[in-house]
Design a binder for this molecule. Structure first.
Ligand code: FAD
Length: 533
């Protein structure tokens, strides 16, 4: 049954798997014996919630129970007990999955034969302005970290595009957005972690103290411990943002400009660099305005003349190109209100060397919070249309810079002809801003790209077709030796994970697993050392 289900998933089938096996008497007795500050639930809406995630591609057997911890002690007690019961001679099969906000795609935060720890019940943020950091519970959402830090005039440096994600969840992956080229991913901006290991030990770790666990947990996909607290680096918060988009018809020009922008020294560069692929130029203007990343309408105003470009983009200026695929560059410059008089000059200087379609530069001026929280506007729109709680057959890849032109030629220009709705994001990052010691797998080149195919089913392609297309893209990457790494990977079993990490990183991963989670209790939804299906 497991092999068949795996095959079905590989073929892109939406999997509803209900393998029933009852909670053993010993496991039930253990769970009921826990002396908790929080609660453990065995049925009801919390169980249902823990069975689905944002991807809505996989519905596994519900977890045996959901822990809603009120203290770190609760988490430690649960994991410690299961660890002890999994020693030779005992027969528990219970696993434990921390669930941040359940925004995984392929069941990574699920535990079909175990206990899901609902991290949203473990909250707390303490901002320390004098030291420029915040101590944050693992279940906190980044939007709440932002709001708390802003009350002190501060903010984290590195972001994700969407802020309704948990701190523990993004730190278990990497946490990236258009700031990553400058500040590195979120995992490069953490001073310290508190972790409950797979043995149920509570360990504080940092670069100086228990550093092996610290770096292991950053990008560690939840395999070595549950992050109960993180010390996040802060900086003085900018007040406003000049948010600019420009259009390119030629990929090589687009990616050269992107790579130029992320190579500029700090102080003489944008604060954010991303990009989008649009494969239907006929509808470019519609896509532009209705994209997920559109700010609230009353925030928009074009600012052409001061930048030496035309006032507005026109259909004619865009459709005069013959391109079938177009590329948006998206950049942002943060500033303080006292810099309002000089920021347009700064912007014009930064934009001057670019080779975009000259009449296509479009800019808006919004508050820093609105800029960071821009995807939430899109979320509200999609929710209103019933398009949020639907399947999300997403694929996220890191592509080495030397292969991105080939990737564009085959994937963006040819394979994506029939595509679902949803943005396709592409932007480069500097490897020097990533710490080799962390667990995350990235390409072996100084610059590499995130390619995020954030598509959802529409009349153009259904979920199964999009999943099959994802498989075909991965197949192309393998056969063309692109050297890609999956971000937030969907992989199955040690052999596939070894390829993802490469021999040396995988050896470190296996060593750390044996040290910190020797019974492979944690995060079975990653299907790495234990498999959920
Ligand atoms: P979950 O899905 O709940 O968990 C993810 C994994 O981490 C699971 O294996 C889980 O067991 C483990 N985990 C969760 N909490 C902890 C913890 N405290 N300790 C240890 N392990 C834990 N990512 C980016 O990098 N950049 C983006 O711009 C971005 N945008 C997104 C936009 C949307 C709309 C969505 C849905 C996702 C986006 N993501 C982005 C992906 C996001 O980073 C992942 O989904 C990530 O898993 C965080 O989601 P979560 O907090 O809900 O974690």
């Amino acid at each position: 049954l497991l092999i068949i289900s795996r095959l079905l998933v590989a073929l892109g089938a939406n999997l509803q798997l209900q393998i029933s096996s009852a909670l053993s008497d010993a496991d039930r007795a253990f769970l009921r014996s826990l002396k908790l500050d929080g609660t453990l639930v065995f049925e009801g809406p919390d169980i249902n919630d823990a069975t689905v995630d944002f991807g809505r591609l996989l519905t596994l057997q519900p977890p045996r129970a959901v822990l809603k911890p009120a203290s770190v002690r609760d988490v430690a007690q649960l994991v410690r007990g299961i660890y002890l019961m999994s020693a030779p001679g005992n027969s528990t099969t219970l696993t434990v999955a921390a669930r941040g906000h359940g925004h995984s795609i392929h069941g990574q935060a699920q535990a079909s034969d175990g206990v899901v720890v609902d991290m949203s019940s473990l909250r707390g943020i303490r901002v320390v302005p004098s030291e420029l950091y915040a101590d944050v519970r693992g279940g906190e959402l980044w939007i709440d970290v932002l709001q708390a830090a802003l009350r002190e005039g501060l903010a984290p440096k590195s972001w994700t595009d969407y802020l309704y994600l948990s701190v523990g969840g993004t730190l278990s992956n990497a946490g990236i957005s258009g700031q990553a080229f400058l500040h590195g991913p979120q995992i490069s901006n953490v001073h310290q972690l508190e972790i409950v290991t797979g043995k149920g030990e509570v360990v504080v770790c940092s670069e100086k103290e228990n550093s092996d666990l610290f770096y292991g947990a950053l990008g560690g996909l939840g395999q070595f411990g549950i992050i109960t607290s993180a010390r996040i680096a802060l900086e003085r918060a900018p007040q406003r943002v000049k948010w600019v988009r420009a259009i390119y018809s030629d990929f090589d020009t687009f990616r050269k400009d992107q790579e130029y922008l992320i190579s500029q020294p700090r102080g003489r560069c944008f604060d954010y660099v991303e990009g989008f692929v649009v494969s239907d130029s006929e509808n470019l203007l519609d896509n532009w305005r209705s994209s997920l990343f559109q700010p609230a309408h009353d925030h928009i105003r074009t600012r052409g003349s001061e930048l030496g470009v035309q006032e507005n983009i026109t259909s004619r200026s865009i459709n005069s190109t013959d391109a079938t695929v177009l590329y948006y560059l998206e950049v942002a410059k943060n500033y303080m209100e006292e810099e309002a008089d000089i920021v347009d000059g700064m912007l014009a200087e930064l934009l001057a060397p670019l080779h975009c379609i000259p009449s296509s530069i479009y800019s808006t001026d919004i508050s820093y919070v609105d800029f960071l929280n821009r995807v939430h506007v899109g979320e509200m729109k999609l929710r209103a249309q019933g398009l949020w709680d639907i399947p999300h057959p997403w694929l996220n890849l890191f592509i080495p810079a030397s292969k991105i032109v080939e990737f564009d030629k085959v994937v963006f220009k040819c394979m994506l002809g029939k595509r679902g709705a949803g943005p396709i994001i592409v932007y480069p990052m500097n490897r020097s801003k990533w710490d080799e010691r962390t667990s995350v797998a990235i390409p072996q080149e100084d610059k590499f790209y995130l390619v995020a195919l954030l598509r959802f089913p529409s009349e153009m392609a259904n979920t199964e077709e999009l999943l099959q297309q994802n498989e075909a893209i991965l197949q192309f990457c393998r056969s063309a030796r692109i050297g890609e790494k999956q971000y937030m990977p969907r992989l199955y079993g040690a052999a596939e994970w070894r390829v993802q990490f490469g021999e040396s990183k995988w050896a470190t991963f296996v060593r750390r697993k044996a040290l910190y989670d020797p019974s492979s209790i944690l995060a079975p939804g990653q299907n790495m050392f234990r498999c959920n299906y």
